[in-house]
Design a protein around this ligand. Structure first.
Ligand SMILES: [Zn+2]
Length: 390
């Protein structure tokens, strides 16, 4: 029967050890640093950009997380023992360019070599976002990215409600919500952020209560103001993207122009009776709202939601599609609806997608467009600058 000493001696005889100085040189030449310590050790400090797989999960995870068996790997633990066994195991699995760092992270740190405290999810967050973490396309890095993201929702109404609920549940760290209305009983047929007890309350306050109760990780920033030419640039500044749930043309044109100026993508959603539309306007990358609709339709052809009626589930579907596009954009996943308009027909139960091209003559984003003027618009969407041009 072999003792621990025998096993360690045997492992060390089968692997290559390097000192910390050699290891640091390899850090500069692109070697993969593999940290095999336990999560609580790793959380307190690690070599930057190290791949972390605790020794106990090494055999089961290494092939998916480091598929290249010829990659140059420097394994380390706290003192150099676990990494020796790990290097031996990696050789048995066919990894042919592996060394173990003698002295481990303890010596590395004592010698003043570079290390940092990795950004990690708390145990509670790991549990909350477990189903995201299981998706390799999201994982811990993606979840951390969502938690650091800032999304501004225009409106806490029909579209804003489902979008905000799903974005909050997904762990988007900062949600801005702008709405100047109060909760009305006639809203509750579709505005599921609110409820009967909150009738008469400011919509942004009601939204904040619902979202914070759903996910305390989310910082909800409220703007109980009318979005206008005087405040839009200040409000949207610093957000990664805008989810547009507004219901009138003047605001849409205002949002379009301001988002072009600030280069913030807009996830557009619109609803009318039984039909909905979703698209993504990525400034100067794809078409903008004015490329799609250079002028608003005549008022009689475009009644607002209040005048035309809407089936309550419809904004739920369209707002959820907006939330999905928002998360895709934040994580760089899949093909966002840039340059495409998706139309949903609830009665047919059908989706159709149309190509939308950038208009070279677009008055806002076209090559010959003049400087963008942020102005108030009337129902005909003619700009009325706050101060007449001199
Ligand atoms: Zn345009």
């Amino acid at each position: 029967m072999a003792s621990f000493r025998d096993l360690l001696a045997q492992a060390k005889s089968q692997i290559t050890e390097v000192d910390t100085q050699t290891a640091e040189q390899r850090l500069g030449t692109g070697a993969v640093f593999l940290d095999v310590r336990e999560p609580d050790e790793y959380d307190q400090g690690a070599i930057p950009a190290a791949l972390h797989i605790p020794r106990g999960h090494l055999e089961s995870q290494i092939e998916s997380r480091l598929p290249d068996r010829h990659a140059e790997v420097v394994v380390y633990c706290a003192g150099g023992t676990r990494s020796a066994f790990a290097a031996q195991t990696l050789a048995q699995l066919g990894y042919d360019n592996v060394v173990s760092m003698a002295g481990g992270f303890g010596r590395w740190k004592d010698q003043g070599r570079p290390w940092s405290t990795p950004k990690v999810l708390s145990a509670e967050q790991r549990n909350r976002y477990q189903r995201h973490l299981l998706l390799p396309e999201v994982g811990e890095a993606g979840q951390l990215k969502l938690l650091e993201s800032k999304v501004l929702l225009l409106g806490a109404g029909g579209l804003g409600s489902p979008a905000a609920l799903y974005l909050a549940a997904a762990g988007v760290g900062t949600l801005g919500i702008i709405d100047m209305d109060v909760v009305d009983a006639s809203n509750l047929q579709r505005q599921i952020l609110h409820n009967v007890d909150r009738v008469g309350e400011r919509k942004v306050d009601s939204a904040k209560k619902t979202l914070t109760a759903l996910n305390p990780d989310v910082n909800v920033v409220t703007y109980d103001v009318r979005l206008g030419a005087d405040n839009i640039l200040d409000i949207i500044d610093g957000y990664d993207l805008i989810v547009d749930g507004t219901d009138n043309f003047p605001t849409r044109y205002l949002v379009n122009d301001a988002s072009l100026l600030k280069r913030i993508p807009v996830v557009y959603g619109a609803i009318f009776r039984f039909e909905g539309q979703v698209s993504v306007f990525a400034p100067y990358e794809g078409p903008c709202y004015r490329c799609l609709l250079p002028e608003p339709p005549p008022a009689e052809l475009a009644p607002s939601c209040a005048e035309a009626g809407v089936l309550g589930v419809l904004p739920g579907i369209v707002g959820s599609l907006q939330a999905m596009e928002a998360i895709k954009l934040l994580l760089g996943l899949g093909d966002p609806l840039i340059g495409r308009l998706m139309a949903y027909d609830a009665l047919e139960q059908s989706f159709r997608t149309f190509k939308v091209r950038r208009d070279p003559a677009c008055p806002a984003c076209g090559a010959d467009a003049g400087p963008i003027v942020i102005a108030e618009y009337d129902e005909l969407c003619m700009p009325h600058p706050k101060q007449p041009p001199s």
